[in-house]
Write a protein that binds this ligand. Structure first.
Ligand code: UPG
Ligand code: MN
Length: 981
């Protein structure tokens, strides 16, 4: 192994003096000495031996190191309790189940006898306590331990803050918005005049082409309207987390509402366990009162690998979580924390920090070794299936046919962290799968989690993350609570959506993976209407909103109007009752009218009947679990004190059985909605139809971060899946064009935006036609526009200008960069002519033939080679249409030039017009071309492109000038009279 002279120390960042022979894990002198002093002489990462930089003498070959590694890995596992023995229905697992007292004291509706909100009382008593504490705190300040951030912030001034609102809307300044709107209106008018001109001036010499182009243009105009108007009144928001703390307290006696975190994972080979583990660790370490946090991991692949790595992770969390909290580090996902390229010593004056960080890093490396060993072991499934450590076979050996599994790690009665503090519960859930039962992919998994969590912890809020989206801002849950727990804002909020942000995307974001335009422009626009759409991850739900109810401040919708389009049947009666009562009653009604068939219970008396009615109707919507049904009635969450942990686990197993949802409203009206691979859009849409609003929350430090596919093929397949989901919704009963007019609760601009999200794939058809047009024009010499008159020139220029100006003004209010905007434009074309087209056909096929589409999980990057993924190239049929269009246009340009050369000076003018359009297409497809080129583009692709182009032009030029071949007339030299001059 090379001496690590130039390497920085892996633990503290100083110049390293020694490195591991096997894996070049480097340490500096001080860290090495400390390691030796603590009796550790081998590498933390691989277990190999160190070599001093000055003295690379000790011999240790690769094989030896390898042996060490494997020894290390098994050694790590051997000491642990057998995990298998804790599975689900075993008695000892039961003891981990947690009982939680039902929660009180949230929201303004909870008042004390004098009618004063309880939280105000809290604040006052808090104030007193604070004053008492002050004296002792002063003494404590002399100690080395830095006070936790919250305590520094909390002084009297901030206590008065407790009465202030917890968030604020920051309107976008008038002088940015007014011109923006004016230009939109102007663009609309110019567009109208432009269409008038286009329609009244047909090109008779190329009628078909003209017709096609006009139809395409009208469609583009229409889709522009769908896209533009939901951005009419964008807003920004700001939260005040310190006020939240002042109002609801922090630490043990805090009245913050509990939150259940959901993580979904399905295939440990495509979604590496280390990534999932990092997500889990970041959740367990989140900055929130511990006893209010639970983390549920759904494993749809029923993989023992996922289970075992979770057990490892639970163990590691016992060190990691106290470390994060002690030093308030960010982010709290170790992989990403340790790979940060920043000076971590800045602002961290604590003397033991360096030492502990170093130890932590070492522990993490060891942990990683164990996880990697598990992964390596899992590569080849043994013939007889997996065997757990206690010798029994793993119940999930057949992922399509296995019982439900639940395992509770950590938590109240389970292991505590190394400082003796409690840890959040971590629950492994793998729902039952049997052949013949639909499992509904991610939506089904989330619904199973909704029920399990309702039975075990029943937090009033649910925060869901994909396995690859870790918590990047440990205050994320608090940010969400700034809306949810603010009585003036939160009452009708069904969810708080955070933008998706990504790590590890190439600097130029070649395939618009960041989706900046969507997350920073469209979503802000929606927030000004009824709220952002739900995008599947990084979203905090109000649990009650998932149960199919409407918002508390609105009367319940009559059942018929929820799912039909009659709006005449909901008379707005004014009843003098408290909102709460109305709400309660209406829920009952909702359920009763929804499902109940009276004839069945004719022979009971009045009272019994009404009891039965309500019970049966609940069961018909929520399924046959009385524990679960009871939990739904607890609006502020919590499980009954009396509940027995062992029955709870049994019940939890019951609610994840595969037949549980049969003949219920799950997936139809309740929970995540089935029927589309983009279940997220559908789920959010249903809530908005019921009258809920959602909130867009963009903390300065991104709340969550994920990974995105960065190679062309994977990206196109992701886009294909999204578009397919939209087409599915389009053909379903939930199509926003027709669905949910009932209560009139979906604002019309919001509806416009939902329509946009489901019709956009269809734009691929006109887009493909339009992208072919310039090539066809160049090849045939015809053109789609007649000779321009002066007026026409004005309309053309006006349209062109207004397009540019709207974009510029949009950039100005949203603050995004021009590059992001341009990438988005490009990818709109690339996706449009490939993935969207396929989605339309697959969607139609699915509708006609009932062919099911499978959810291909996006592979997550694993390797360390930076952006190596970007150049991975896999050939798929999706690539054919854009390649064809590209080649057509390139050939067209060449042919056009050759033709112009052939027919003399006067044809250069018309050529310019056509080449302009062709170049428009080529420029948009340029990133695609780069992708096609794959890795070899060490020399910039543009060079290759231009050289091919110029070579052809010049060779043709030469051929044309050559008098001997002058006689051969190419097809394209026919009439050019009707084109622009
Ligand atoms: O049968 C399944 C299939 C998928 N998943 C999970 O679904 C998530 C999303 O899958 P991914 O392949 O990462 O899709 P993306 O395209 O990256 O996801 C975006 O788009 C999806 C809708 O298509 C949303 O569900 C996601 O939340 C959103 O991040 C992952 O956590 C998977 O583990 C399951 O739990 N069960
Ligand atoms: Mn993903």
């Amino acid at each position: 192994m090379e001496p690590a002279a130039a390497q920085p120390c892996a633990a503290c960042g100083d110049d390293a003096c020694a490195a591991c022979r096997a894996c070049s894990y480097a340490l500096c002198r001080a860290c090495l000495d400390e390691d030796t002093a603590e009796g550790r002489t081998t590498c933390a990462r691989c277990g190999g031996e160190y070599a001093a930089a000055a003295d690379p003498a000790h011999g240790s070959d690769g094989a030896e190191a390898e042996e060490m590694e494997s020894h290390h890995a098994t050694g790590g596992l051997r000491g642990r309790v057998t995990m298998g023995s804790h599975l689900s229905d075993r008695q000892d697992a039961v003891s981990h189940a947690r009982t939680m007292s039902s929660l009180s004291g949230i929201g303004s509706e909870l008042n004390d006898e004098s009618g004063k909100p309880i939280w105000k009382n809290r604040v006052e008593s808090w104030k007193e306590k604070k004053n008492e504490k002050k004296a002792s705190a002063k003494k404590a300040a002399a100690k080395a331990q830095p006070p936790p951030v919250e305590e520094q912030i909390m002084d009297e001034k901030d206590l008065t803050d407790a009465y202030e609102p917890l968030s604020r809307i920051i309107p976008i300044s008038k002088n940015k918005l007014t011109p923006y709107r004016a230009v939109i209106i102007m663009r609309l008018i110019v567009l109208g005049l432009f269409f008038h001109y286009r329609i009244t001036n047909p090109v008779y010499s190329a009628f078909g082409l003209w017709m096609t182009s006009v139809i395409c243009e009208i469609w583009f105009g229409f889709s522009w309207i769908l896209d533009q108007f939901p951005k009419w009144c964008p807003i920004n928001r700001e939260t005040y987390v310190d006020r939240l703390i002042a109002r609801y307290g922090d630490g043990e006696d805090s009245a913050l509402a509990p939150v259940d975190f959901f993580v979904s994972t399905v295939d440990p080979l495509k979604e590496p366990p280390l990534i999932t583990a990092n997500t889990v660790l970041s959740i367990l370490a989140v900055d929130y009162p511990v006893e209010k946090i639970s983390c549920y991991v759904s494993d749809d692949g029923s993989a023992m690998l996922t289970f075992e790595s979770l057990a490892e992770t639970a163990e590691f969390a016992r060190k990691w979580v106290p470390f994060c909290k002690k030093y308030a580090i960010e982010p709290r996902a170790p992989e990403f924390y340790f790979s940060q390229k920043i000076d971590y010593l800045k602002d961290k004056i604590h003397p033991s920090f360096v030492k502990e960080r170093r130890a932590m890093k070492r522990d993490y490396e060891e942990y990683k070794v164990r996880i990697n060993a598990l992964v390596a072991k899992a590569q080849k499934t043994p013939e007889e299936g997996w065997i757990m450590q206690d010798g029994t076979p793993w119940p999930g050996n057949n992922p399509r046919d296995h019982p439900g599994m639940i395992q509770v790690f950590l938590g109240e009665t389970g292991a505590r962290d190394f400082d003796g503090n409690e840890l959040p519960r971590l629950v492994y859930v793998s729902r039952e799968k049997r052949p013949g039962y639909q499992h509904h992919k991610k939506a089904g998994a989330m619904n199973a989690l909704v029920r399990v969590s309702a039975v075990l912890t029943n937090a009033p809020y649910i925060l869901n993350l994909d396995c690859d989206h870790y918590v990047n801002n440990s205050k994320a849950a608090r940010e969400a609570m700034c809306f949810m727990m603010d009585p003036t804002v939160g009452r009708d909020v069904c969810y708080v959506q955070f933008p998706q942000r990504f790590d590890g995307i190439d600097r130029s974001d070649r395939y618009a993976n960041r989706n900046v335009v969507f997350f920073d422009v469209n979503m802000k626009g929606l927030d000004g209407i009824q709220g952002p759409v739900y995008v599947g991850t990084g979203c905090c739900f109000y649990r009650q909103a998932l149960y199919g109810y409407g918002p508390p401040s609105l009367p319940a919708l009559p059942k018929s109007s929820v799912c039909s389009w009659c709006c005449c049947c909901c008379p707005k009666k004014k009843v003098e009752r408290s909102e709460r009562e109305i709400n309660r009653d209406s829920r009952r009604e909702d359920l009763e009218s929804a499902i109940f068939n009276l004839r069945e219970i004719d022979n009971y008396d009045e009272y019994e009947r009404s009891m039965l009615i309500s019970q049966m109707s609940f069961e018909k919507s929520f399924g046959l679990s009385s524990v679960f049904i009871e939990s739904t009635l607890m609006e502020n969450g919590g499980v009954p004190e009396s509940a027995n942990p062992s029955t709870l686990i049994k019940e939890a197993i019951h609610v994840i059985s595969c037949g549980y949802e049969e003949k219920t409203e799950w997936g139809k009206e309740i929970g995540w909605i089935y029927g589309s691979v983009t279940e997220d859009i559908l789920t959010g849409f249903k809530m908005h139809c019921r009258g809920w609003r959602s909130i867009y929350c963009m903390p300065v430090r991104p709340a969550f971060k994920g990974s995105a596919p960065i190679n062309l093929s994977d990206r196109l397949h992701q886009v294909l899946r999204w578009a397919l989901g939209s087409v599915e919704i389009f053909f379903s009963r939930h199509c926003p064009l027709w669905y949910g007019y009932g209560g009139g609760r979906l604002k019309w601009l919001q509806r416009l935006s939902y329509i946009n999200t489901i019709v956009y794939p269809f734009t691929s058809l006109p887009l493909i036609a339009y992208c072919c047009l310039p090539a066809i024009c160049l090849l045939t010499g015809k053109f789609i526009i007649p000779t321009l008159s002066n007026a026409a020139t004005i309309w053309f220029l006006g349209l062109f200008m207004s397009i540019i100006v709207t974009s510029v003004l949009e950039l100005r209010w949203s603050g995004i960069g021009i590059e992001d905007w341009w990438r988005n434009e490009q990818f709109w074309v690339i996706g449009g002519v490939s993935a969207h087209l396929f989605a339309v056909f697959q969607g139609i096929l699915k509708m006609i033939a009932g062919l099911d589409t499978n959810f291909t999980v996006t592979a997550k990057a694993t390797d360390d080679t930076e952006f190596g993924e970007l150049y991975v190239f896999k050939w798929t049929t999706v690539l054919i249409p854009p390649t064809t269009i590209l080649v057509l246009n390139l050939v067209g340009v060449v042919a056009g030039f050759s033709d112009a050369l052939n027919s003399g000076y006067e044809s250069w003018g018309p050529l310019f017009g056509k080449v302009f359009f062709a170049m428009w297409v080529i420029m948009h497809l340029y990133p695609f071309l780069k992708g096609l080129m794959g890795r070899q583009n060490r020399t910039p692709t543009i060079v290759i492109l231009w050289s091919v182009l110029l070579a052809s032009v010049f060779s043709l030029l030469w051929v044309k000038i050559d008098p001997f071949v002058g006689g051969t007339e190419p097809v394209n030299s026919t009439n050019c009279n009707t084109v622009i001059c």
